[in-house]
Ligand binder design. Sequence first.
Ligand code: MLT
Length: 314
Amino acid sequence: TLLTASHFAWADYPDKPVVLVVPFAAGGPSDKIARDLADALRKPLAQTVIVDNTAGAGGTIGSARVARAAPDGYTLLVHHIGMATAPALYKKLPYKVPEDFEPLGLINEAPSTLVGRPSLPVNQFAELRKWIAANEGKVNIANAGVGSASHLCGLLLQASLASKMIPVPYKGTAPAMTDLMGGQVDLMCEQATNAVPQIEAKKIKLFGVTSKQKLPLPALAQAPTLAEAGLAGFEMTVWHGLYAPRGTPAAVLAKLNTALRSALKDPELIKRQEALGVRVVTDARLEPVEHRKFVEAELQRWSKVIRDAGESAD
Ligand code: MLT
């Protein structure tokens, strides 16, 4: 009876707009993915779904907002590996991972790209590698704050090159991309979601992709994978997942998971994501349990990269 009572209490959920919090600035990959998802969720939830950016501190400010939001299904988080690695980087986090979140399902996966300002005096990865070595200690690399995907990819790049670069943090990779195109910063490790349009417009230089295999997308097919370009074993796929605060009722989580599954079948959403080199998740990681297991495996990998790099935010 308790279950049916609680079931009944949430039978008309959602009866007001659902907010997807993006913990980075508008216009970046997380924001683009969240807006695509919001559009596709409107129908299955029969409700308005809006995106709200709460940027800063590598995504931890937006994550904290959702961790302490009312567990009623009206405030959700769209995030990536940055959420799981934050505890290894920020000693004074006001939330715990994974305890303070309910994973709903994985949304998609995107390769990252190594891109540079258009005025760089090199065009291929091999030349870039020499240029970095010749300018050791003077090369700067943009990221979206400590713990962001661009930051983590940059750590992997510096470890693979045995080179230390100067980090230039932004509130998201959208503002970072503006400075990269303007030549204010040298390099960035940016998700294909945000890099592909600028590569197609020839506003930045592409040196490599971080996927295991080269990608068929014309904008990315012209570049090698960093692994085949000489950084043996270099591989990074940025995934995004959907999260609710701990304590959200099971009936609400079930409704959200069903709505997520149907949103990810939306042909419009799939077309838009694939045009950017992004793959929508269709496998078991759409299940909350499998999603949690996947994040825990990812966390093992990235915690080692962070430890080896001796990184911390505070
Ligand atoms: C963004 O949307 O700005 C990115 O996800 C930031 C990052 O994690 O690099």
